[in-house]
Design a binder for this molecule. Sequence first.
Ligand code: C2E
Ligand code: MG
Ligand code: MG
Length: 566
Amino acid sequence: MTENQISVKTREKRTVLIVDDETINREILGMLLSSDYDVLYAENGREAMEKILEYSETLSLVLLDLLMPEVSGMEVLKEMKETPAISKIPVIVMTADYDSEVVSLDLGALDFISKPYPPQNVILARIRRIIELSEDRQIIRQTERDGLTGLYNLDYFYNYAEKFEQYHKNVDMDAIVVDINHFHIINERYGKAYAERVLRAVASKLREYAGSLGGIVCRKEGDTFMIYCPHTDDLSPMLDAASDELEGDEATQGRVHLRMGIYPSVDKTVGIEQRFDRAKAASDSVSGNYARNVGVYDKELYEKELFAEQLAEEFDRAVDECQFSVFFQPKFDVRGDEPSLSSAEALVRWNHPKLGFISPGVFIPVFENNGMIQKLDRYVWRKAAEQVKRWKSEFGVTVPVSVNVSRIDIFDPEIVSVFESILKENGLSAGELVLEITESAYSDDEEFLISTVNSLRDMGFRVEMDDFGTGYSSLGMLTRLPIDALKLDMIFIRNAFSDNGDMRMIELIIDIAKYLGVPVIAEGVETAEQVATLKEKGCDIIQGFYFSKPVPPSDFDAFVAKKTAV
Ligand code: C2E
Ligand code: MG
Ligand code: MG
């Protein structure tokens, strides 16, 4: 028995409502119960409904006479069943008519007491048993359900899915994931109460639709729903049904969109969690795609998954065999007449013995997903610090190096001490390393993020917000989060300098940086024209192929040598 159950069972007196039109019956029952229970009375069905609604929070049981003038006991039962707030309050019906028993049990009564009344101890035992039973059921219901939406929570969902499978071995099943696009923006822009209403609306539509197919639904976390149901060829009506209320919503004017990932006719030799990982991968494959909102797990995603698994398996050996190396790309300060080297960014490279060079764009997301990034990042941070130390001793100058810090690192309670020891090992101060945190890491647990960034800045680190413009942090968030620079994502440079280029995004971001009082760094800058325009618009620092690709440390020496020569 859990602590929760004990406290429920030892709670003070339960409240019981006796509904009977005959005064004598009310008095007999009242006398029987009053030493163990707080007793309420109602003389007819109408009064009963009033009391039930009034005491819905505390009422443990209703003893209901079936035969009453005006509103009958049957009608009370029916109404209770249809009113969610009181539908779970247990009812024992009291009747002399055996035929009505079956009907009332069908209507949701849990038990009956015949009239004339059986002996006192029989009545008391029945009442106690029904109250206990329904309280236990309620506790189970609470633990297996998500409080906000009433859907199953994850553990129970997997449990029921597996149970379903045991009894329906030959039924073809689909694993489905439904996500709300940019849910955190909805949260920010329209408020928590509105966002919760969206979650509840989507949940109830999904439950209704999946239920009609014989499926079950859970809310995994935040805005991710999972559905397991017998195979259907076309699931887009489910997505339409779930989007229904959102389209016509006045507040958001149809700006809230859902997307769906389907792993159809699941392979049952694959574990239940992995089936939903596949559906999730399908959903993510259409994330940010305005033309398509349904993704299907197919051969291409399967091959991607296999490749990711292979990379994950080889990771430890790759670290041991030093297959990873760190390249450096210069960042130039363009505020003066001549660009001058201001710092470098450390970028990891994987030189795979069989596959050759693998792009970080491929393996970083894999390692971010499975948590291995932490080990890789620490390795890169160490290498970067060693490099700063070497340049210092060989050239007598500090070229600060910025390292990438993943979302997982931020939520690692050891991050501060890891950096402390890296600095100590290399005799560096925190000003000699810079931390780049990608903007998409900013949306999670805001409080924790802010406190980690604060601790790192207190140590003396400068923190730059990487890939700015691709995540969805709000201005409000930016003003709460202390940062030292904004790194404009290269997508804006691409867009601005493409055929129908539009500089407005860049201008806007530069304005935001000015407002925050921090410099702007542009990355992915490839041409002299881009450098000139960005400089003119007010960009402070530039990184990109125009100056140099990321290069091995020995090639970077030339930049350091040039800096010292000035
Ligand atoms: P990022 O941190 O935004 O790094 C900038 C990326 O832009 C690098 O890609 C760099 O090579 C590329 N780049 C720089 N200038 C230009 C240019 O002028 N044109 C073009 N087309 N590209 C340019 P890279 O090295 O492939 O890295 C991709 C991403 O992988 C990085 O984006 C970063 O998010 C991640 N990454 C790289 N190394 C690490 C690492 O050690 N740890 C972590 N957590 N992430 C890393
Ligand atoms: Mg970076
Ligand atoms: Mg970047």
